[in-house]
Design a protein around this ligand. Structure first.
Ligand SMILES: [Mg+2]
Length: 404
C-alpha cells in the first residue's frame, strides 16, 4: 500500500484561480490529483492545504474515509468553505490514487456504471429574446436536450436602466438596478415565447441566482408552473431555504438548490422533507467524492436527484470527479456543463469529453485525468493572479444589495 509522501497545490488558468492538489506517494510514479479551486479565495485554500499537509505525510493513501474524517475536524471549527474545499482536493487525489492502485476507474470503485455517459445541460443566454432563441436553437441543433435559459447574466430580465428607475435624489452611482416586478414580468414571458417556439420537447431550466425577495420567488415558481421546467434553480438564497416549504405548498415547479452549500445542515432538511428535487452541490466544495457520494445516497432514499454544479469558474478535475459520481449513482439527474479553452484542456490530458449534451469519462485507472505542470505554469498571468476578485454587486433602486 502507498504512503503519502508530498502534497502540493498547483495553481493554473490565466488568473490562477484553479487550484489542483497533487499528492505524491512513496511508490514510484504513483500520485493522485484533485480539485480545490476557489475563484475568490484561492490563496486561502492553498494556505489551508499547506497547513494540512504535514499531518498527512506518512499516512496510508488508501485510508480515504479515515483521512477525510481526520481532516474534517483537524481545525476544530469545520464546515467552512475554505477547509471544505481543501479537503475536497485532498479527497479526490486519494480516490485517484486508490483507482490507480486498483487498476480501475473511480466510477468502478463506486459501484460501476449506471449509465453509458453523463447527460448535461447547456447554458443558453441572450441580451434579448431574439438572441436567446438563437442560442437555444443552436444548442438544439448540436443535440442538447437540456438547456438553461437566461436573459443575460445573474438577475437578467430583472434590471431597469438606472435613469429609468425611480431612485432617491441622492442615489448612489449605478448603471442599472434590480426590480422584482420586472423579473416577474419578463421571465414568465420569456418561457411563453420559448415554449411557443420550441414546444415542450426540450427540457428547460432557469437560474434565478437568488435575486428575488423570498415571497416573489414563490410567485415566480407558481407563474412558471405551466411551462413545466426541468427545474428552477436557486430561487432562494441559502439563508432563506425555509421558504421552500411554502413554495412546495403552492406549485409543482421542480426546485434545484445547493451550489453554495458546504454544511450538511444546509442540505439535510431540504432532502429529508423533500422540499427540493435536485441537489446542486459542487463536489470540491462539499469535501470531495467521499462526501458528495454520501449526499447522493441520502438523496436516493428521498427521491431527490443530483445536478452537481459546474459553472464557468470550475476546473476540469472537479468536472471529472463529478462525472465519476454521476456515472455510478442511480439517482443522477443532470450534470451542469462547462466550457474550457483549448489551451486549458491541454493542461489536463485525459479530461472528460463533452459532445452533443453528453460527458464521457475514459477507462483509465483513477480519475483518468492528469495535469501537465509545465503547461499549467505557462497559463498563469501574474497580473491576473494578483488581482483581487469579488462577486458582482447588484442593487435595488434605493441602493440595497441583492443576494447573488
Ligand atoms: Mg446557480
Amino acid at each position: 500500500m502507498a504512503k503519502i509522501q508530498e502534497i502540493r497545490p498547483i495553481r493554473t488558468r490565466s488568473n490562477g484561480t484553479w487550484v489542483i492538489v497533487k499528492m505524491l506517494t512513496d511508490q514510484p510514479g504513483l500520485y493522485g490529483i484533485g480539485s480545490a479551486s476557489d475563484y475568490y479565495h484561492a490563496d486561502a485554500v492553498i494556505a489551508a492545504i499547506n497547513k494540512l499537509a504535514p499531518r498527512l505525510i506518512g499516512r496510508e493513501a488508501g485510508h480515504i474515509e479515515d483521512i477525510w474524517q481526520s481532516v474534517f475536524t483537524s481545525g476544530y471549527w469545520r464546515n467552512g468553505s475554505i477547509l471544505s474545499t481543501a479537503l475536497g482536493g485532498i479527497d479526490m487525489a486519494l480516490w485517484d490514487i486508490k483507482g490507480k492502485e486498483a487498476g480501475l476507474p473511480v466510477y468502478q470503485l463506486l459501484g460501476g456504471p449506471c449509465r453509458a455517459a453523463v447527460p448535461c445541460y447547456a447554458h443558453a443566454a441572450g441580451r434579448d429574446l431574439a438572441e436567446l432563441k438563437d442560442d437555444v436553437r443552436r444548442y438544439l441543433e448540436e443535440g442538447w436536450d437540456y438547456i438553461r435559459c437566461q436573459l443575460g447574466a445573474y438577475g437578467g430580465g430583472g434590471f431597469l436602466e438606472a435613469d429609468k428607475a425611480h431612485r432617491p435624489q441622492n442615489a448612489w452611482p449605478a448603471r442599472r438596478v434590480f426590480d422584482d416586478e420586472a423579473y416577474l414580468e419578463n421571465i414568465p414571458a420569456m418561457f411563453d415565447e420559448l415554449r411557443q417556439e420550441f414546444g415542450f420537447g426540450p427540457k428547460f431550466t432557469h437560474d434565478v441566482h437568488e435575486h428575488l425577495r423570498p415571497h416573489n420567488a414563490v410567485t415566480l415558481a407558481k407563474l412558471l408552473e405551466p411551462h413545466r421546467l426541468f427545474f428552477l434553480e436557486d430561487a432562494l438564497p441559502p439563508e432563506e431555504v425555509g421558504w421552500y416549504r411554502l413554495m412546495r405548498q403552492q406549485c409543482t415547479t421542480p426546485q434545484a438548490m445547493g451550489e453554495l452549500f458546504v454544511n450538511p445542515h444546509e442540505w439535510t432538511p431540504l432532502i429529508q422533507e423533500r422540499l427540493i428535487d435536485f441537489i446542486r452541490v459542487r463536489v470540491s466544495k462539499v469535501g470531495g467524492i467521499t462526501r458528495a457520494k454520501k449526499v447522493a445516497t441520502l438523496c436516493e432514499w428521498y427521491g431527490v436527484h443530483t445536478a452537481f454544479q459546474e459553472g464557468g469558474d470550475n476546473d476540469p478535475v472537479n468536472q471529472m470527479a463529478a462525472v465519476h459520481i454521476d456515472m455510478s449513482i442511480w439517482n443522477f439527474g443532470i450534470q451542469e456543463e462547462n466550457h474550457f479553452r483549448p489551451e486549458e484542456y491541454e493542461v489536463f490530458p485525459g479530461h472528460a469529453v463533452q459532445e452533443a449534451g453528453y460527458l464521457y469519462p475514459n477507462d483509465r485507472p483513477g480519475l483518468g485525468i492528469d495535469i501537465d505542470e509545465t503547461k499549467a505554469a505557462a497559463l498563469l498571468e501574474r497580473e491576473q493572479v494578483d488581482a483581487p476578485r469579488y462577486m458582482a454587486e447588484d442593487r435595488r433602486a434605493d441602493g440595497t444589495v441583492v443576494r447573488p
